[in-house]
Design a binder for this molecule. Structure first.
Ligand code: 13P
Length: 355
């Protein structure tokens, strides 16, 4: 099979994932990262506890009303729920499309800045993607990371390497029928202004689409997952929701082709409430482009849920998840009333965050 055999399916999957009023639940934390999350509520990082936690998420009644897709870590894609059903079929019952994180993590980028990385996992990717497709996955994620630093980063080398890696990945998984989520995250670390973020992000996203064009990526069968255009976490001037929304939309309008059906933001360390409020604001302003502006949050969908669950309380965990899923669904339609759903204002930003 080749990309051309999957063209209409890729377009249809991408459009389903970007359905108005729905977003993506990112639950693809590596075993190490989920260990930190479970540790924060005093739960041991065992396969059984990961199964219990994620099984709770994937059986939340009515979740599919707000969530179109869930990104899984490889273990979960091949895992069963405690009741013997596969996790994939649990998601299917809710009408949620399973996706898979396919990158193999970040490594130092030789010849670039001290904190700069490349994203690994291209070797054998077409074959791995075919196995994931056979197991039920229909979309993929690859997270490339760039950082704005006081010594001029990101370097041209890091921008070029990460854009190229994203495009190679996108083309490779499309060959096996998976819709690529293209994620060039710009970390919030630093004291730079929102104008600096906008200028760098515009360039980074343009480079990503130049590389996609060079690799023959079918843009109609992709989604973009950017960070929002925000000032550095240590910037002395923080921005209000109206500024973040205006700068983010301007950046995207200057860099994302109209053929991309949906843009789904990561939450990147924003609080649950800020992630909803910023997204809502973007969906209330007049826009030039038609792409759907939605969400693909990890921390901003799971923070209160994890605390509510606490290792055993399925009902409280599901209730908190549904509250944030509904809030973000409303935000993606520009209808979220801030504070109308329980949420946390706790900053989830962690410097040098790894996923
Ligand atoms: P956060 O929303 O926690 O940033 O995670 C989303 C994600 O999938 C990052 O790759």
């Amino acid at each position: 099979m080749a990309l051309s055999d999957y063209t209409s399916e890729l377009i249809s999957t991408a459009n389903s994932l970007a359905s108005p009023g729905k977003g993506i639940l990112a639950v693809d934390e590596s075993t190490k990262t989920i260990g930190k999350r479970l540790g924060s509520i005093g739960v041991e990082n065992t396969e059984a506890n990961r199964q219990a936690y994620r099984g709770m998420l994937f059986t939340a009644p009515g979740l599919g009303e707000f969530i179109s897709g869930a990104i899984l870590f490889e273990e979960t894609l091949f895992q069963n729920h405690l009741d013997g059903d596969s996790m994939v079929s649990k998601l299917g019952r809710l009408g949620i499309i399973p996706g898979i994180k396919v990158d193999k993590g970040l490594r130092p980028l030789a010849g670039a800045g001290a904190v700069e990385t490349l994203c690994t996992g291209l070797d054998g990717l077409i074959e791995r993607a075919a196995d994931y497709y056979a197991q039920g996955a229909r979309f993929a994620k690859w997270r490339a990371v760039l950082q704005i630093t006081s010594d001029g980063g990101p370097t041209a080398l890091a921008v070029r390497e990460n854009a190229w890696g994203l495009a190679r990945y996108a083309r490779s998984v499309q060959e096996s029928g998976l819709v690529p989520i293209v994620e060039p995250e710009i970390l919030m670390d630093g004291n730079h202004s929102i104008e600096t973020t906008a200028c760098i992000q515009e360039h980074v996203i343009q480079e990503v689409y130049n590389a996609c064009q060079a690799n023959g990526v079918l843009l109609e069968g992709t989604l973009l997952k950017p960070s929002m255009t925000v000032p550095g976490a240590d910037c002395s001037t923080q921005s209000d929701p109206a500024q973040v929304a205006a700068m983010t939309v301007r950046t995207l309008e200057r860099s994302v082709p109209a053929s991309v059906p949906g843009i789904v933001f990561l939450s990147g360390g924003l609080s649950e409430e800020a992630a909803s409020v910023y997204l809502n604001q973007m969906n209330t302003i007049e826009r030039k482009a038609k792409w759907n502006l939605g969400f693909s949050y990890g921390r901003a969908l799971q923070h209160s849920c994890l605390k509510g669950w606490g290792g055993t309380n399925i009902e409280a965990g599901q209730k908190a998840l549904l509250a944030r899923a509904q809030a973000n669904s409303e935000a993606s339609l520009g209808r979220y009333v801030p504070g109308s759903q329980p949420s946390s204002d706790e900053q989830l930003f962690v410097s040098g965050y790894t996923y």
